[in-house]
Write a protein that binds this ligand. Sequence first.
Ligand SMILES: Cc1ncc(COP(=O)(O)O)c(C=O)c1O
Length: 463
Amino acid sequence: MTGRGRAIVGDMSEQSAVHGGPSLPQHRQLVTEIPGPKSRELLERRQRSVARGLSHVLPVFVERAGGGVIVDVDGNSLIDFSSGIAVTTVGNSADLVVDRVTEQVSQFTHTCFMVAPYSGYVEVCEQLNKLTPGDHDKRSALFNSGAEAVENAVKIARHATGRDAVVVFDHAYHGRTNLTMAMTAKNMPYKEGFGPFAGEVYRVPMAYPFRWPGGPEKCAAEALDVVTSLIHSQVGEENAAAVVIEPVQGEGGFIVPPDGFLPGLASFCRANGIVFIADEIQSGFCRTGDWFACDHENVVPDLVTTAKGIAGGLPLAGVTGRAEMMDAVHPGGLGGTYGGNPVACAAALGAIDTMIKEELPARARVIESIMLPRLQSLATRYPVIGDVRGRGAMLAIELVEPGTLEPAAAAAAAVARFCHLNGMITLTCGTFGNVLRFLPPLVIGQPLLEEGISLLEEAFSTL
Ligand SMILES: Cc1ncc(COP(=O)(O)O)c(C=O)c1O
């Protein structure tokens, strides 16, 4: 049975009323204020039962989602420019994901790959080995979350090199576990009060063209110079196990390093026996218009971490890398009870199939070709927009006090709030909280995409 077929089982109106997925009407429609009465009621229950430390971008409770919309419990249909933070690349409840998951869940739900293996895990690893940059011999291992993948990539790099030090960047985000908190740059809210953090983590400046003191043209060469001399003077190349970088930074502000920086960094690592780890957790799986952001400059990392878009919303993450590095770890040295759970693997196979069949890297480039010119035109009209950047369907605008580099976080919050109250989910990010980022599902239809951008334009007119 296909995913779409699900909607016509039994009483048609009743069934389609409860299902999400791509057959949901693709429109923005508000039938109550935001949040509506049912969401407010759930919010009260949530406040009495869920820890305060978990916050929400938009306090509407979700009932269904699919394509480019999220429908809440009050019946409001919102445009989704967030994809659950770059996860539902193939859309929510995508047909092939639902089909594979449904079949798998009825066969078996868990054995633990370390107890009794199953083919879905192997198939996902085969796909990762094939799709990630480089045609060398690779191996993969699967985990539950992005942070866990990053932790394991560091474990593997340390084991393979016999070295301790890990080099990370300003504005980096790698997760919320103890090691990945140490690797993440921003204190509030990710690190405040949660120390002490793991040791042997060293931070170097990021090649951030908009804020580079010498200007964007000099950014690649100067940043490379600063980074390599800091590694030399403060770490020692011979002590560095790994350099870990997001090829397009995510939470830190959708920072795209200038051309030449990543290839230069990769060759410095190669020359010094340092494992080059690309954290493609947010930028990977078609998001930037290539399968992986590293593909843009033909950079071949030693290890790649993946999660988010890999499995259409189910929790799955991977580390993929050079066979000799991955296999340096002794049997039993990697793993975890749930890592590569069969249902999550089935979802990943459905999601990857969708990406191939629907040519989603090309779809991301189409989204860029529609969105970017309109964002650039917006920047000519509103001097509060200091920078427009990104790749594919990973785009952002950075807001500043006009004519300065002073972050305008309040303006970013006001624009986001206008969008939320008018039926569109959009996110902010950045070390200074002044970046609006856009991450639509790659399957979003053009009319809805255009409507979302128009709403954004309207939001700027209210500033
Ligand atoms: C680049 C990057 N690395 C790691 C993580 C952590 O992933 P998770 O939240 O699945 O642990 C994220 C999450 O936003 C991320 O964007």
